[in-house]
Write a protein that binds this ligand. Structure first.
Ligand SMILES: [Zn+2]
Length: 483
């Protein structure tokens, strides 16, 4: 393993010497910022429209009229004389995909969870995360947001667990703002802070007070990324243990968030081998409530499912990281059956590699059916609901997004069914969940702005984003003395 790491470093040095890797990151502020496109008036005509609204259903040969970021009408044969017409023939139009828990700064460390304990996910993100500068938060989050939009994800929940200083949070937020994506930014504990220390509550209060400057005209909201009452702490050799958070710490964080009206989110019941009983503990303490998001929930008892259902809290699964790290098998149906809003998440590309919500929907369906030994347990249509309207509900945003109905904000994607991996038009829900890929996403609209058109991102210089992230990755690994 050591040899492999040495040779990788030697390869990187050689590549840099040949000029195939950029060595010097452009200074902050030098990047050519592309402005976000205007919200125009658009008529998408003759598409297969999946509204994901139970009352409306699908509309074959359907139209969608959008003006100033709002859905004006959905139906057939719509008239809109002033609108720019987009031909929807051969396309499936559906709500933008909704991601519900993602450590976006981690995308700077894509695929870096190694093959032995000391290079596992936790030591890697903590070991390198300590050396992150504000500009690294920008570079990682910018790359993540670019990947998201390219893949048809229009809403993210950025679970930021590395705001080492207020500037780190500022730069992370700037990346989200410049991308034009919709999302929640949850302010959490920086990597490696002791369990006796609260998250930076003063900075959360500062941001909340000035949120108008950060919200990008309402596209971004603020949350608190909370550790709950116990949290994973990793020693430098990669040994992970769960430590109890002192009551005065978790109470102060919880009470501050609640008093500011900011939603909380926590990783809980991560797996049967390492973390269980967390939800029961929260219930006993009276801390479960509607705006609390519970992430992973792998080692959850039937009693805990009922506690969650009663409280109105939501759940988020990230099948690719849960499988890859060995937490266990996500089981969405046990929560859906109890009426709990379920959302899906990328979590971290340091583990998962990529941010592909089509694959995530497929994985959650496949695991659910495997666990139930039942081909019909979770249907493709239901998986697609989790990736759209239910995901929106789990974030408390279903009044604005998650389905294509009159009056909602215009967050949508158009999938080209004439690509070879789609090819024949069969059951569109099955096609989207089982066969579609980010490369099939022809058009992406967020709040009425077209951020991807004819398969190309419109508001970002992709080459530059990738080059800056690559340079930042090399620099932070050098500072951290990491492979
Ligand atoms: Zn996570």
């Amino acid at each position: 393993m050591l040899m492999q790491r040495r040779s990788r470093r030697a390869f990187l040095r050689a590549a840099a010497a040949l000029g195939t890797l950029p060595l010097i990151a452009p200074a902050l502020g030098q990047q050519q910022k592309k402005k976000l496109p205007a919200r125009g008036e658009v008529l998408i005509r003759n598409a297969y429209v999946m509204t994901m609204d139970s009352a409306t259903g699908d509309i074959a040969g359907g139209d969608l009229h959008i003006r100033a970021g709002e859905i004006i009408a959905v139906g057939k044969g719509l008239k809109a004389a002033k609108a720019t017409v987009i031909d929807g023939r051969g396309m499936i139009v559906l709500p933008g995909l909704i991601e519900t828990h993602w450590h976006m700064w981690n995308t700077l460390l894509r695929s870096m969870s190694g093959d032995e304990r000391k290079y596992g996910y936790f030591p890697t993100s903590a070991g390198i995360g300590r050396h992150f500068l504000p500009k690294d938060m920008y570079a990682g989050t910018r790359l993540a947001a670019t990947e998201a939009l390219n893949a048809g994800i229009t809403t993210v929940h950025d679970w930021c667990h590395n705001p080492r200083t207020p500037e780190h949070a500022e730069e992370n937020l700037r990346a989200l703002r410049e991308s034009g994506i919709r999302g929640r930014f949850s302010y959490g504990p920086a990597r490696g802070i002791p369990v006796t220390e609260t998250v930076n509550l003063a900075d959360i209060q500062r941001l909340k007070g000035a949120w108008d400057q950060y919200s990008n005209e309402g596209l971004l909201t603020l949350g608190v990324a909370w550790r709950g009452v116990q949290y994973a702490v990793t020693s430098p050799d990669g040994k992970m243990e769960f430590k109890a958070i002192p009551e005065e710490v978790y109470r102060k964080e919880y009470d501050t968030a609640r008093s500011l009206g900011i939603p909380l989110s926590a990783h809980v019941n991560i797996g049967p081998k390492i973390d269980y009983g967390h939800v029961a503990a929260l219930d006993k303490l009276g801390l479960l409530y509607k705006d609390l998001q519970l992430i992973h929930m792998i080692s959850t008892t039937p009693e805990e499912v009922q506690m969650v259902a009663k409280s109105g809290a939501s759940v988020s699964f990230s099948p690719y990281t849960e499988l890859r790290i060995g937490f266990g098998l996500p089981n969405a149906s046990q929560f859906l059956d109890a009426g709990v809003p379920v959302g899906l998440s990328v979590d971290t590309t340091t583990l998962s590699g990529d941010a592909n919500m089509f694959a995530i929907m497929k994985a959650v369906q496949n695991v659910d059916n495997a666990v139930a030994y039942n081909e019909f347990k979770l249907t493709a249509r239901r998986a697609l609901e989790i990736g759209t309207i239910l995901g929106a509900k789990s974030l408390g945003m279903d009044d604005r997004i998650g389905s294509l109905v009159k009056g909602k904000r215009a967050d949508l994607i158009m999938v080209n069914t004439r690509h070879p991996n789609l090819g024949v038009f069969t059951d569109p829900a099955h096609m989207i969940v089982e066969a579609a890929q980010p490369a099939n996403v022809e058009l992406v609209m967020v709040d009425g702005r077209i951020l991807k058109e004819r398969g190309r991102l419109t508001a970002v210089d992709v080459k530059q984003v990738v080059a800056e992230a690559d340079a930042a990755n090399a620099a932070v690994r050098k500072r951290a003395n990491w492979w």
